[in-house]
Design a protein around this ligand. Structure first.
Ligand code: MCA
Ligand code: AMP
Length: 505
């Protein structure tokens, strides 16, 4: 049996291949026949560039239909797809290139020059370009030859993708995901959320993370139906589409922003059957406000890069705000203390096991011992409870992580960058409540004697070092950082002390 995920998708393509796979707000469409053709042409290009099964293809490109076809082309030829956030700076990209050691890099045309030294240092063989309109050397090459309709044979252990997730040490780790990981999760979600051939998804998420690339796109590919494919979140466009769509997937910020829109009404949403939220906690207030305005109860689910989706509130049955529902079919969860002992009726760290669980971190075999239990459960670092019915609630995080608008920011990485600025003594980076983004990055900083640095000056020195979404939205200067007896900075105390700070949105 071929475990290639693309082969699974092909079995689900609609009988009428001229059916739309996607439509953009400007009315551009791509049919399933077109998707098959484009991914076959791109596969031929990748092979011409020397790509063999197992080789990595790193991409940092804008969201576009051709970008999705490129992902499918990588699956087809057995390459390992490595998507990167478009907000990363060249300096950040250099790390990923050195770590992933790709054969091919695909970037925006204007990024080629600024990446030249990182490309040379990492020994990347081929650099191709693609812009948001589908132009660039990759597209030119794809148009210049014939399609290769083959699908490489892959077994259950072969990698389909590596997705980087920042580590608590500040060093990003590449989560290795197999074709089987992705297939099992996609099939479980497709069933759990009750997709039917008439479904039309509104896709407004980025396609370099699990949520937009796998959860949203895979459900539609398994369903053989279509989606509205937006370059990014835009409340006006989304509300315009409600009468022609049935499902929206989004981070909580999507819902808080939609609630601010005067045209969000029950009548506008009457054709929609399902609103799904995840990637960060959905506040019960948002859930309730959305229900009052639209009559729709948002379905919250929970997941992470290393395991795809783990739990979901039910399609039929009670969707309880503040909880993330039940494990998906085939997925096991438990809560344990730090030593791995099961805790009952109390908060513990959620652990997960199942066919969705990744194979390990790329080139970090030592992490297997620290992040997995001997019986194969993975330690998520999320604090959770499981009630007597098996319903999971995420209560907080045992890991030092900020989730801002659905993007993860690891404080350690930001602290390292701030501590490297001349005049800074030390820093502690925390998340503070933000009405739009859920949490916002804030830095509490002590300065060396005589240092002349203000908030704007400090932030300006982070340009080019850290992606914008990781940079602090607030810098607070203090004389000393609070520490416990062990000398560890007390971030809880800082969060409490500065909880009153309000951000402009
Ligand atoms: C943009 N900016 C941000 C963020 N996004 N700052 C902090 N946090 C953010 N998330 C900054 C930009 O750098 C820019 O700063 C300014 O805000 C405006 O940028 P723009 O691109 O216009 O932003 P936006 O359109 O307002 O975007 C906000 C957004 C977007 C719609 C919430 O961030 C988004 O689509 N987030 C979804 C992320 C996601 O897909 N997460 C899933 C991860 P300046 O003006 O200063 O330059 S997968 C996952 O977590 C697991 C597996 C799961 O469970 O799903
Ligand atoms: P990532 O590393 O980008 O995959 O982010 C995964 C993390 O997002 C999880 O470990 C959780 O901390 C968080 N997360 C995802 N979905 C939810 C949710 N519904 N509620 C609370 N936290 C969530």
């Amino acid at each position: 049996m071929n475990h290639n995920l693309f082969a699974l998708f092909q079995t689900r393509f609609p009988r009428d291949l001229d059916r739309h796979f996607l439509e953009t707000p400007e009315g551009r469409t791509l049919s399933y026949r077109g998707l098959e053709h484009q991914s076959a042409c791109l596969q031929r290009v990748l092979k011409e560039q020397g790509i063999a099964p197992g080789d990595r293809v790193v991409v940092q490109i804008e969201k576009s239909p051709l970008a999705l076809a490129l992902y499918l082309a990588c699956l087809r030829c057995g390459a390992v797809y490595v998507p990167l956030n478009t907000a990363y700076t060249p300096r950040e990209l250099a790390y990923f290139l050195a770590d992933a050691a790709p054969q091919v890099l695909v970037v925006r045309p204007e990024a080629v020059d600024e990446l030249a030294s990182a490309v040379a240092a990492a020994g990347v063989a081929q650099v191709l370009t693609l812009d948001a309109d589908g132009n660039g050397s990759l597209a030119t090459l794809a148009d210049a030859g014939s399609p290769d309709h083959s699908v490489a044979i892959r077994n259950r252990h072969h990698l389909a993708a590596i997705l980087y997730t920042s580590g608590t040490t500040g060093r990003s780790k590449g989560a290795m995901l197999t074709h089987d990981n992705l297939a099992s999760n996609a099939l479980a979600l497709h069933r759990t959320w009750g997709f039917v051939p008439q479904d039309v998804l509104i896709h407004a998420l980025p396609i370099f993370h699990v949520h937009g690339l796998f959860v949203a796109t895979h459900c539609m590919l398994l369903n053989g139906s279509g989606m509205f494919f937006l370059p990014s979140f835009d409340a006006d466009t989304i509300i315009d589409m409600f009468p022609r769509a049935t499902v929206l997937m989004g981070v909580p910020t999507f819902y808080t922003r939609l609630l601010q829109h005067p045209q969000l009404t029950a009548a506008r949403c009457a054709h929609m059957r399902l609103f799904i939220a995840g990637s960060a906690p959905l506040l019960p207030d948002t859930f309730k406000a959305f229900e009052q305005r639209t009559g729709q109860r948002i379905l919250e689910r929970y997941g992470m890069t290393e395991a795809g989706m783990i739990t979901s509130n039910p399609l039929e049955g009670e969707r309880v705000p503040g909880t993330v529902g039940f494990p998906l079919p085939g997925v096991e969860v438990r809560v344990c203390d730090r030593d791995g002992n099961r805790v009952i009726d109390a908060v513990g760290i959620l652990e997960v096991r199942g066919p969705n669980l990744f194979k390990g971190y790329w080139r970090m075999p030592d992490k297997m011992a620290t992040e997995f239990r001997a019986d194969g459960f993975f330690i998520t670092g999320d604090l959770a409870t499981i009630d007597t019915h098996g319903r999971v609630a995420i209560i907080g995080r045992a890991k030092d992580l900020i989730i801002s608008g659905g993007y993860n920011v690891y404080p350690k990485e930001v602290e390292n960058a701030i501590d490297g600025i001349a005049g800074v003594d030390e820093s502690a980076v925390i998340g503070l409540q933000h009405a739009d983004l859920g949490e916002a990055v804030a830095a509490v900083v002590t300065l060396q004697p005589g240092a002349d640095l203000d908030e704007a000056g400090l932030i300006s020195r982070l340009q080019g070092k850290l992606a914008r979404f990781k940079q602090p939205k607030k810098v607070i200067f203090v004389d000393t950082l609070p520490r416990n007896a062990m000398g560890k900075v007390q971030k809880n105390e800082l969060r409490a002390r500065f909880a009153h700070i309000r951000f402009e949105t």
